[in-house]
Write a protein that binds this ligand. Sequence first.
Ligand code: SAM
Length: 290
Amino acid sequence: MERTSTSMLLAAAAVRQARRDGDAAVQANARLARACLRGCGAPGRRLLFALDHAPGRWLLAALEAAYLPGIGAHYAWRKRHIRRWALQACADGARQVVVLGAGFDGLALALLAQAPELRAFEIERERAVAIKRAALREIGAEDPRLSLIAADLAHTPAAMALRAAPGFDPAAKTVVIAEGVLMYLSPEELQRLLRGLAATLADARLIATAMALRADATPGFARQRPWVQRWLRRAGEPFRWGASRACLPALLHAADVRLERVADPQAPADPDPSPGEWVFAGSLLRAPAP
Ligand SMILES: C[S@@+](CC[C@H](N)C(=O)[O-])C[C@H]1O[C@@H](n2cnc3c(N)ncnc32)[C@H](O)[C@@H]1O
């Protein structure tokens, strides 16, 4: 039986957000999310049906409250930060964007729309890439500057996959984005991935997320119910690691990343509606090839 995946839940959250937020980028993201959900078989179509009917939306809101209160608003919060920082990196001269585990998200397209010189490379699992390719075709949003690369980040060195992609330039100033994906890799896979990118890219910033640790030292959101972990395991997407705020710099440094900023989940003007995931930015430290 086909299962609902976290990338489908993110796409559903994008569609929900677009009902309240008329921002052009949010609307474009939702259009892509809808087309991707249509390509996700029965679970995607069920989600879309629920999103398009009031009782379905009520049910989805009740499920969110029962599993992880505030997660939809947390996604919007994290995407706001990542989009702002990524736009800043482009304004600061980035010529390439690499999005790891992009899922059905439209950030790369949004950045391409703002920066005519930019090229974008997304690395995702094969099935999600096939669905996204078809969705981009369906909504007429294909862009020759966007390359979708099918690869499993746990097994294929990202640097190798990128080098094989036409137009990729390791010397170009690059922003690497890893939103909601690093926690699915083992700590060893994480180190290999980031160190490989640091050794390949001459000048790169990293914008990414990492799970925090809960009171019981397991990675996860502060308000997640016990059945969330079970659901993630059944979906084949358990959180494999997390870090306290104090340990995050050293953990990243061991992977050749210098941590430079972390979004404040308690910022009085814009607090994280469901804390438990660090949104951070830093630089990849050029290192000898592993
Ligand atoms: C929670 S979704 C996040 C999607 C998107 N980054 C966002 O934040 O909207 C996680 C994504 O990471 C991808 N992913 C997880 N493990 C991966 C791996 N080993 N290789 C490639 N992609 C992976 C999944 O397929 C999924 O699309």
